[in-house]
Design a protein around this ligand. Structure first.
Ligand SMILES: [Zn+2]
Length: 166
């Protein structure tokens, strides 16, 4: 018997729950007019963390919760096309990007012939990285609403959110 992949399991479970996933009354514009940029970390559940429901916010995720060009692309679409006005940038303690080696990662990629234009985005201090992300977003003319961008750090050990640059 062939092994069942995780995707197979997920698809089977989704088929069982279709009626629970249906949101026929919602459109694509976030009702709370907020976009969240955060890390892809498995310990972060953005909707639960922020007490948000489906339909209320855009959630943009990448490795680290970094203000990359593509994150800014998504935030620009969020604000200019879908009406969001506030941004929460949420990074976290014990992030996989913290302390990672740019050089080792680049060498890994090079071994497979990959030379991407992007960098991993490793950082050594989450608070400094958050400050850099906030500064980048606040200086991005792609965004129309730059006066309500807040930066938070989540601690997966304690479940707390703090705003170091409040
Ligand atoms: Zn992370």
């Amino acid at each position: 018997m062939p092994a069942v992949s995780v995707a197979d399991q997920i698809l089977a479970a989704a088929a069982e729950r279709a009626s629970a996933l249906a949101v026929p009354s919602l459109d694509s514009a976030p009702q709370r007019k907020v976009a969240v940029l955060t890390c892809m970390d498995t310990r972060i559940d953005p909707l639960a963390m922020l007490d948000l429901s489906v339909g209320e916010a855009h959630i943009i995720r990448n490795a680290g919760g970094l203000a990359t060009e593509d994150a800014i692309r998504s935030l620009a679409a969020s604000q200019r096309l879908l009406g969001t006005e506030e941004i929460l940038l949420i990074m976290h303690e014990r992030c996989g990007m913290c302390g990672a080696s740019e050089d080792a990662f680049t060498a890994l990629l090079a071994r497979d012939g990959a030379a991407p234009s992007w960098r991993l985005g490793a950082f050594d201090d989450v608070q400094d990285a958050l400050a850099r992300g906030l500064a980048k977003l606040r200086a991005s003319p792609e965004l129309t609403h730059r006066d309500a961008i807040r930066g938070l750090i989540f601690d997966p050990t304690t479940g707390t959110l703090r705003e170091p640059h409040g």
